[in-house]
Design a binder for this molecule. Structure first.
Ligand code: PRT
Ligand code: MG
Length: 211
């Protein structure tokens, strides 16, 4: 049995065409089904639905053989035990620093001010500001980062930006790009060795479809 870990929403939706290219169709839609284990057109392949941030963990411990996860999630996880053979080029966005319209971010950085930064991406934020030599106090949040600068919780946020509509709607502006983000295929290192004969064709099909 091959187990593939996916998260609901854009990762699931954008992985479906890649699975189809490998000859695999998923039996149910996780948006309407409450099932967390989904059968596929192949009796030896199943899909499990987990939180986006949990995909690397399931694969790391071998509870799933492979998974699809954003580079943002992977960077926070650290990638232990994971083989990362392929950038799938899906679920693209950018990791950005954003602040309120009118906040003089560059001035604050230049003056060496200590910035308060709210984010769910603590590792990414810490590394980014350390590399720039900017002093920051990181405030860990689990969602709705956009509220932090509006309520005085933080001077800036580190968050993903897709269209930029969410920033605009909340009178925030992106002031710095940290990195471009897309979803990656991750494979459990032991599973790749033990189940190579069934995993390799999947990897090949994904590679062709992602190119
Ligand atoms: O939403 P939930 O809390 O359940 O989980 P999640 O946010 O961890 O998962 P999900 O499905 O929202 O995101 C899964 C992956 O998609 C992320 O790990 C990213 O790699 C990738 N991705 C691509 C994005 C976006 N684009 C994106 N726009 N993830 C989140 N967003 C957010 C963005 O931060 C903003 O709050 O979507 C909102 C709308 O963005 P705008 O800029 O288009 O308005
Ligand atoms: Mg989300």
């Amino acid at each position: 049995m091959i187990t593939i870990a996916l998260s609901k929403g854009r990762i699931f939706d954008e992985t479906l065409p890649l699975l189809r290219a490998a000859g695999i169709t998923v039996g149910e839609d996780p948006e309407t089904s409450r099932k967390l284990i989904l059968g596929t057109s192949r009796p030896d392949v199943r899909v499990i639905i987990v939180r986006a941030t949990d995909v690397p963990t399931y694969v790391q411990y071998g509870a799933a053989d492979l998974g699809v996860t954003g580079k943002d999630v992977l960077d926070e996880h650290g990638g232990n035990g994971l083989y990362q053979p392929l950038d799938l080029g899906i679920a693209r966005c950018r990791m950005m620093v954003a602040a309120r319209e009118g906040f003089d971010y560059r001035g604050a950085v230049r003056k060496g001010a200590r910035l308060r930064v709210a984010t769910k991406y603590v590792q990414t934020a810490r590394e980014h500001f350390a590399a720039k030599g900017v002093h920051v106090d990181i405030i860990k949040l689990y969602g709705s980062m956009e509220l932090a600068p509006l309520t005085g919780l933080a001077d800036a946020i580190v968050d993903l930006v897709g269209t930029g509509n969410t920033l605009r709607a909340n009178h925030l502006v992106a002031v710095e790009e940290i990195t471009r983000v897309s979803a990656r295929l991750v494979i459990n290192q032991a599973a790749l060795k033990l189940k190579r004969r069934s995993i390799q064709p999947l990897l090949d099909a994904f590679t062709r479809a992602a190119a």
